[in-house]
Design a protein around this ligand. Sequence first.
Ligand SMILES: [Fe+2]
Length: 324
Amino acid sequence: MAAAPKSAERPPDLTTTKAPFIEEARAHGEIYIIEQPYELYSAENQATWGRLLERMRDPWARYANRRFLEGMAKLQLSAARIPHLDEVNRFLQPLTGFRARAVSGYVPSYVFFDCLRRREFPTTITIRDGERLEYLPEPDIFHDVAGHVPMHTDRAFAAALVRFGDAAEAAAQRAAALPDQRERLRRLTSNIRAMSRFFWFSVEFGLMRHAGDQPGEAQLGQRDDADGALKVYGSGLLSSFGEIAHAIDAPEVERRPFDIAEVVNQPFEIDHYQPLLYIVDSFDHLFALVNELEAWMQAGKLDDVAGGEPAVSESDLASFLRAH
Ligand SMILES: [Fe+2]
């Protein structure tokens, strides 16, 4: 189902926001899961992938959480070519049951979290324009596959992702049980905002202090990241050449211990480097925090979080309302 080029000067490729294949999929309605149309990647797309991966090797070695580095090695991602998701999944699925599923574009919030519940990760398959390697508001395959998927090889991290799906399910069920339409939308908006903030400050921009991860190694002092050093595990940082170092080294960044009450009330903006980041001790700690998030959801403690960013779209609300 390859799309024909719309004009003679631009052959079909899979550049983010410019790929006719994706535009066609969107035009046909709410198509989320698609096949990765691998043959549509142009030589330029392939070269962009290689440049993105190569330039991250040093920053990753220096700043990335070791689970991420181990995950990269297990997935055998190569700078030589854009990965086939099927190949990635052959390595990934036996480890944690997770698999990357190609999607046609933005996936509304409930659908996204519900995929996580089934251990499926909605994965963007387009790639950013080679002219603009750094800033990109939309996710692309480099962010999703090189930034997120290596984390999914870790069992505790994968289990935490599943619990996000459970929290979303709890929000949808509570909304369905509420007769008053206005109040239902108000609470749901608050719930979605709380979940988005939690996800942002952990899965996307989280930091970890390594001492709590494997105490045995810390005592032995075998690794330089086992002595309490801060490392990055958030995928927004792991896929950003500029921000990964900034997150750890810049004196102006505030780094606080992860506190649920604070995080769910903390607005964030996506168009500049993050001035405030939150630290967990380990992926078991993260898992316990997401459990708590779900308990807070059930207890109604996420029904009145502070307003502000992020905005909650109608399609996100509708996705929760459709669930039950
Ligand atoms: Fe992401």
